[in-house]
Design a protein around this ligand. Structure first.
Ligand code: ATP
Length: 218
């Protein structure tokens, strides 16, 4: 069994997260995707929605999708003053699930390109595989020689490899290109533009009901 974690701020969750993730279930043969909302510590620029609101939107988004779940470890009490470093979460997951359990961490191409800014990024593959979703506007290759050679050393084109070892591979998925970002959604809402084709209707209704992302709160 291959478990997948999909980390993000999800401020708010949108179809740019959901459609590639849904496509991955079939393409890679995933049995479960856990959405992993991250914590941003108090001294950093905060998401516009509160942690409780981000979580509520995730719950609404996956209501009818049993293959999705939510992993709240990074936003649970006790963890809220610390940044959520993915490497720490992966280490914790490993210690709970053992060395033989398959784990993949899903991210968009933009996140892959930013990896050299992540804590202990080169050791991520000691704990999981990486599944990379295409994202419009982000190059397939990077000028960062260290990152590109690390990718080359670990890339597989065969998704079955992800099932045959518990960690260690990077797989570039053929997921649909969705030109959607949370930043653009927040901006559109603030400009009183509708975004209901960019995220699930229930999430859109919740944003509306809570007056989220709008300078003029209802
Ligand atoms: P923001 O615009 O606020 O930076 P975002 O839309 O990038 O937010 P995040 O919650 O930061 O959303 O993203 C979580 C993960 O989902 C990241 O790994 C990101 O690369 C990926 N992701 C977000 N949007 C897309 C998209 N349209 N296509 C593919 N991957 C995406």
């Amino acid at each position: 069994m291959l478990t997948a974690l999909f980390g993000g701020t999800f401020d708010p969750i949108h179809y740019g997260h959901l459609r590639p993730a849904i496509a991955l279930i079939k393409e890679v043969g995933l049995t479960q995707i856990s959405l992993l909302p991250n914590n941003i510590p108090p001294h950093k620029p905060q998401p516009e929605a509160t942690t409780a609101q981000r979580l509520a939107m995730l719950n609404l988004a996956i209501e009818d999708m049993p293959l999705f779940s939510i992993d709240t470890r990074e936003i649970s009490q006790g963890n809220l003053t610390r940044p959520s470093y993915t490497i720490n979460t992966l280490q914790k997951w490993r210690s709970e699930n053992g060395d033989r359990a398959g784990l993949a961490f899903i991210m968009g191409q933009d996140s892959l390109l930013s990896l050299p800014t992540w804590n202990n990024w080169k050791t991520l593959l000691d704990y999981c595989h990486l599944i990379i979703c295409r994202r419009p506007g982000y190059a397939e290759k990077t000028d960062n020689v260290e990152l590109q050679s690390w990718i080359n050393a670990h890339q597989t084109k065969n998704s079955l490899d992800l099932h045959h070892s518990p960690n260690g591979y990077i797989y570039f998925a053929h997921t649909p290109l969705e030109d959607i970002s949370a930043t653009e959604i927040r901006k559109n809402i603030n400009n009183q533009q509708s975004c209901n084709n960019l995220l699930p209707p229930k999430v859109w209704q919740y944003i509306h009901a809570q007056g989220l992302y709008s300078a003029k709160k209802s």
